[in-house]
Design a protein around this ligand. Structure first.
Ligand code: DC
Length: 229
């Protein structure tokens, strides 16, 4: 069996609360692939900007921060990525209320997207990677062998997001989560640079009624097919 075919790249995109982080992490663990959470990179730029008191309209200053983002290989049993900006590990701040509030403003800046996109392409180039985000299959890794667009009903997404926030120590009402979800969708869908959409060639998986294990198995089957097994 050709070695290179094993080094496939897997792009997983979808809206907030679609379950893509949980699924992407598990797929990476099962295949012993690298897991890259691109949302964490946007969050790290936002966290670094807040720390430095930068204006969120200063696209150049934010892009300069984005160019200094490094993703350390996932460690620990959780398998979450560690993200550094200028050598400073900001992983602990990525899910804060402040970062949640401002990150979509950071993500809509084309200069920031270009800087993080270059880092993401370099991480994806060798293959053997599961990369998760909003524009991975459409813009960052358009040649990924496996592309998945994960979705779920608004209710299911809000409940998942609420559970994620609770796990990060934030108690938020379902009503507030629905509002955040609608804002995030609007920001993602109307963004001029790389709006959220189903990438050409992506397989759409609706996870509303599918447990994580079932979604993971469907993706592993797509990987086997891509490898010609
Ligand atoms: O998936 P997440 O909630 O961690 O993403 C954080 C923010 O970054 C969210 O506003 C969407 C944005 N994002 C993006 O614009 N492009 C990506 N590839 C990943 C995330």
């Amino acid at each position: 069996m050709a070695q290179r075919r094993d080094a496939v790249a897997i792009a997983i995109d979808g809206p907030m609360g679609s379950g893509k982080s949980t699924v992407a992490r598990e797929v990476a663990r099962r295949l012993n692939f690298r897991y890259v959470d691109t949302g964490a990179m946007y969050r790290a730029v936002a966290a670094a900007a807040l720390r430095r008191g930068l204006s969120l309209d200063d696209a150049e200053a934010l892009a300069a921060l984005a160019r200094r983002v490094q993703v350390a290989p996932a460690s620990g049993e959780e398998g979450t990525s560690r993200v550094l900006v200028d050598g400073e590990d900001l992983s602990g701040e990525l899910r804060s209320v402040e970062v949640n509030r401002v990150v979509s403003r950071v993500a809509r800046l084309p200069a920031v997207r270009a800087a993080l996109g270059a880092i993401q392409r370099a991480l994806g180039a060798p293959g053997g990677v599961v990369m998760e985000g909003r524009d991975i299959g459409s813009v960052i890794l358009p040649d990924a062998e496996v592309k998945v667009y994960l979705t779920a009903s608004p209710e299911a997404r809000a409940r998942r997001r609420q559970a994620e926030l609770a796990a990060a120590g934030q108690v938020v009402s379902l009503e507030d989560v629905r509002r955040i979800e609608a804002e995030d969708d609007r920001a993602a869908l109307t963004r001029e640079a790389a709006p959220l959409r189903v990438a050409p060639g992506a397989v759409v998986i609706d996870s509303t009624h599918a447990p994580v294990g079932e979604v993971v198995e469907r993706i592993l089957a797509l990987v086997r097919r891509a490898r010609g097994l």
